[in-house]
Ligand binder design. Structure first.
Ligand SMILES: Nc1ncnc2c1ncn2[C@@H]1O[C@H](COP(=O)(O)OP(=O)(O)O)[C@@H](O)[C@H]1O
Ligand SMILES: [Mg+2]
Length: 311
């Protein structure tokens, strides 16, 4: 029963690891990357603003795709939402200005303030768009995402919806403009403003479709046998299910195996209580227990051992 399954299925492209802070998301992501890269071209991506792929692997990883040293077929990337946003602004500034500029009710000052007013979450949506673009490039067989702790990740999932509302406002402005032009000039030729709206609509749709396609995307939840973590796991799984994102398996990390001292026995008893709770609550999920290691799991050698526990 122990061990992650199904991740080598060829239709599965995007594997996300998520959970509470400190439970082992990064370690599981990298361990999975090492495993999958044995036969498949794999890209590890971090969307946690507190990136730690580099720390975990013991080598520098940055915001451009780079090959992981000594591991054939494994590359890594730490996405900067902030940089993705500046890129978005550079690429789309003139298009957005066009939409705002053709709207009847706005003067130049309004337009400047709208543009500088950051759309909530747009940076992260652009970060996600970067992932979608990478998957579309199809240079890799597998894309593993080491996500930020629960709250942040859940917010990210609601962003396409938010962005969609924002697009609708833009589209409405456009529609009024189009109507005016058609009324007075008789004919309307779509411009870069219309292209922008269309492209943003497509982006949101592509993100949502991918996340909700259980053949192409799977979210692996990582937890530890402690009360707070179990509560958070429940919240995470409920929300993921609500958004239509497939959760099929769960990792319970840091499971104590020793039984040799009073302290260990006591800790184990507490852990067993939560492990049983998890099994009861999430009986429909495949569960993988990972023992607590005597040392931190960092560097390729330790991570390769961890990989064997995961699979
Ligand atoms: N099974 C384990 N045994 C011992 N240490 C672990 C285990 N799993 C993870 N760790 C260590 O715990 C710390 C937190 O793990 P990490 O993967 O960074 O968590 P997260 O990404 O969820 O914040 C790291 O120092 C990691 O090396
Ligand atoms: Mg992490």
């Amino acid at each position: 029963m122990n061990g992650l399954t199904g991740l080598t299925d060829s239709s599965l492209k995007l594997i996300l690891f998520g959970g509470k802070g400190g439970v082992g998301k990064t370690t599981c992501s990298v361990g999975t990357g090492l495993y999958l890269s044995e036969g498949l071209k794999t890209l590890l991506i971090s969307t946690d603003p507190a990136h730690s792929l580099g720390d975990s692997l013991g080598q520098e990883i940055g915001d451009t795709v780079r090959q992981v040293k000594d591991i054939t077929n494994l590359s890594a990337l730490e996405i900067s939402a902030e940089k993705a946003l500046s890129k978005f602004k550079v690429v789309y500034e003139s298009q957005i200005m066009k939409i705002l500029g053709t709207s009847t009710y706005l003067d130049d000052e309004d337009i400047d303030s709208i543009f500088s007013l950051s759309i909530p979450g747009i940076d992260e949506v652009m970060g996600f768009k970067a992932i979608i673009d990478l998957i579309n490039d199809a240079k890799f067989d597998k894309y593993i995402v080491d996500t930020a702790p629960t709250g942040h990740t859940l917010r990210l999932l609601t962003l396409p919806g938010l962005l969609d509302q924002w697009i609708k406002v833009m589209a409405k402005m456009r529609w009024k403009y189009r109507y005016t032009v058609e009324t007075f000039a008789g004919e309307y030729n779509p411009d870069e403003g219309d292209d922008f709206i269309l492209e943003m609509k497509k982006t949101v749709k592509r993100i949502e479709e991918l996340l909700r396609d259980e053949k192409r995307c799977e979210f692996v939840v990582v937890t530890i046998p402690e009360e707070m973590a179990v509560l958070e796991t429940e919240r995470l799984i409920n929300n993921l299910t609500k958004y239509g994102i497939a959760v099929k398996q769960l990792v319970i990390n840091n499971v104590l195996e020793w039984n040799e001292c009073d302290f260990c026995r006591e800790r184990r008893k507490v852990q067993e209580k939560y492990i049983n709770q998890i099994k009861k609550k999430f009986g429909n999920l495949q569960i993988t227990n990972i023992p607590l290691q005597a040392q931190e799991v960092k560097g390729i050698t330790a991570l390769n051992n961890f990989k064997k526990l995961l699979f």
